[in-house]
Design a protein around this ligand. Structure first.
Ligand SMILES: *Cc1c(COP(=O)(O)O)cnc(C)c1O
Length: 390
């Protein structure tokens, strides 16, 4: 019997919830660095917490079950996960990545991975023919969909077919939709990465990251890397993410409902020039997102009429904090050009549409009436007086 998604959020797959001897309902936090051996040459299966920890393993089993992978590895942050993943490549390898990725991923690729001899082509995978960028050294394609922050949707099945034909590893950063709405491994990807800091944890209180795969060889390499580089998630943080995941389905539903209400308001607001959300009928991503995901998510981006208004909104919303990050119960507003994408070269940033008039909003699970009233009050209080915000 295959358990349904919401049940797997609480128990993982059936075989992973054999009862603890105490009957504990909440999985225990094994706050230990090391484990005693019965005798020389014997092990309980647990030797040292950099290699194995029961709390982290329970979390990994739950996340593997949500993404339908054969293995999931929990790291201390999303960037730690992606950094470890880059270690499966070697100098001379070439990777095609989407041009509109999370800024931290671009920073990693262009500054650390490049230095280690890996080369990258950043291309708009929602528009160009990715096949044209494949060279004899190409080993992987790394995409994010919907993209951050412009919400372009990439056709995962199409890219997976190209990857298969050329024997490339397809990696999908699935942070934005979470496994509740989208399962890239089922669409042909080989590896899924997550910033668990976002929807999986869901409370803006814990960093974490995941790599999930359905390829045994990649899992073996990653298990060697995690024990060698030592960036596995700590026991207490593993427990916090396990707890967060239990409410993932109801949080995702409510956050999406709020995002849709906010989109409706923003579309009616004359001072807002553009709204980017894949759930808008007729938008670039609408049909593709519908064909490959079970929802449109709770992230949206909008462009206002001037940078002065953008800064005014960030200063004068009284409820919604102006903060980095996303995917938590609190709605957050982000200014990509000075926050998430500050390290992306200006000409690339502008070419991707991330101007200083662009704001990103992660809908939380508050009452949407309060969120809309807050945004409206901030926008209405702008009188066009610009000197204050230059
Ligand atoms: C936040 C984020 C990351 C990085 O994760 P951290 O947990 O902050 O290290 C990677 N990808 C996406 C899409 C993100 O939003």
């Amino acid at each position: 019997m295959e358990l349904e998604f919401a049940t797997r959020c609480i128990y993982g797959n059936k075989e992973t919830f054999e009862k603890e001897s105490t009957g504990t309902i909440s999985f225990p936090i094994y706050q230990t660095a090391t484990y005693a051996h019965p005798e020389v040459g014997q092990s309980t299966g647990f030797d040292y917490s950099r290699l194995q920890n029961p709390t982290r393993e329970q979390l990994e089993k739950v996340v593997a079950s949500l993404e339908k992978g054969i293995d999931a590895l929990a790291f201390s942050s999303g960037m730690a996960a992606i950094t470890a993943l880059m270690e499966i490549f070697k100098p001379g390898d070439h990777i095609i990545t989407d041009a509109d990725l999370y800024g931290g991923s671009i920073r990693l690729f262009d500054n650390i991975s490049e230095k280690n001899g890996i080369t990258f082509s950043h291309v708009d995978c929602s528009k160009v023919d990715v096949e044209e960028y494949i060279t004899k050294d190409t080993k992987a394609i790394f995409i994010e969909t919907p993209t951050n922050p412009m919400m372009n949707v990439v056709d995962i099945r199409k890219i997976a077919a190209i990857a298969k034909e050329h024997d490339l590893i397809l990696i999908v950063d699935n942070t934005f939709l979470s496994p509740y709405f989208q399962n890239p491994l089922e669409l042909g990807a080989d590896v899924v990465v997550h910033s668990g800091t976002k929807y999986l944890g869901g409370h803006n209180d814990t960093l974490s990251g995941f790599v999930v795969t359905n390829v045994q060889e990649i899992s073996d390499k990653l298990r060697f890397i995690i024990k060698t580089v030592g960036s596995g998630l700590a026991p207490f943080d593993s427990w916090l993410i396990l707890r967060g995941i239990k409410t993932l389905p109801i949080r995702m539903e409510k956050a999406q409902e709020n995002a849709q209400a906010i989109v409706k308001y923003l579309l009616s607001e004359p001072k807002v020039k553009n709204v980017y959300y894949p759930g808008i009928e007729g938008s670039q991503g609408y049909e593709i997102c519908k064909s490959q995901a079970r929802g449109f998510g709770a992230m949206l981006t909008f462009e206002v009429e001037s940078k002065h208004l953008a800064k005014h909104i960030l200063k004068y919303t009284r409820l919604i904090p102006f903060a980095e990050s996303l995917g938590g119960v609190e709605t957050l507003l982000t200014y990509p050009c000075t926050q998430t994408h500050a390290d992306v070269p200006e000409e690339v940033r502008i070419a991707n549409g991330i101007t200083d008039c662009v704001l990103r909003l992660s809908a939380g699970i508050e009452d949407s009436k309060d969120l809309i009233a807050d945004l409206k009050e901030a926008i209405d209080s702008y009188d066009g007086y610009q000197r204050l915000y230059i």
